[in-house]
Design a protein around this ligand. Sequence first.
Ligand SMILES: CC(C)(COP(=O)(O)OP(=O)(O)OC[C@H]1O[C@@H](n2cnc3c(N)ncnc32)[C@H](O)[C@@H]1OP(=O)(O)O)[C@@H](O)C(=O)NCCC(=O)NCCS
Length: 165
Amino acid sequence: MISLKQATNSKKDIDFLQRCFGSPDIMGCFQRTRVPGHETLRKRIVSQAENRKYLFLIVRGVRYIGFGYADRSRAFDHYEIGITIIPGMRRRGYGLQAHRLLLDYVIIRLKARRLVAYVSTGNKAERKVLASCSFVHEGTMRQAGVTRGVIHDIAIYGILKSEKR
Ligand SMILES: CC(C)(COP(=O)(O)OP(=O)(O)OC[C@H]1O[C@@H](n2cnc3c(N)ncnc32)[C@H](O)[C@@H]1OP(=O)(O)O)[C@@H](O)C(=O)NCCC(=O)NCCS
């Protein structure tokens, strides 16, 4: 059983997020790594609602097992979402559960009509999870992604509020 918690500016939340963002093991082959400073992360967390860029922790018991985000697009009428589960906790169904919790949160609490997820075409796990959540593959941006020097195609997955099951 897992739950989703909006990030706070507590040391525990910031330390965990900082560790995730900077770790190639945790971010996987398809996401960039960066190490935001403690203060940068704190400011981002404090201004989540104002900027409509939300960060979440995925919680199992007292442990954080991953994180997620939901960013309101400046250009389009949708939220971009993403989930990362730490390596030791993968392939136990938590990725799918976390996506479902985030989908509910963004549609119900943030009142989104449409969500989008950008995923490298080679990211089988994420594509499977998105398909299981009824996201539709809407197209592919060729050579749009670069992770640690490797170029990859990025699939666009979208879901409308009316399509959520
Ligand atoms: C993508 C990710 C969130 C999936 O989390 P997870 O907890 O491993 O996923 P689940 O255990 O819920 O598995 C969901 C499905 O994907 C499948 N799957 C998981 N890992 C897989 C892999 N490496 N290759 C192929 N299928 C995989 C599972 O078998 C399951 O399929 P099923 O529904 O047919 O049983 C996780 O792999 C991850 O954090 N990856 C790194 C970060 C990332 O790429 N995030 C996406 C950014 S766009």
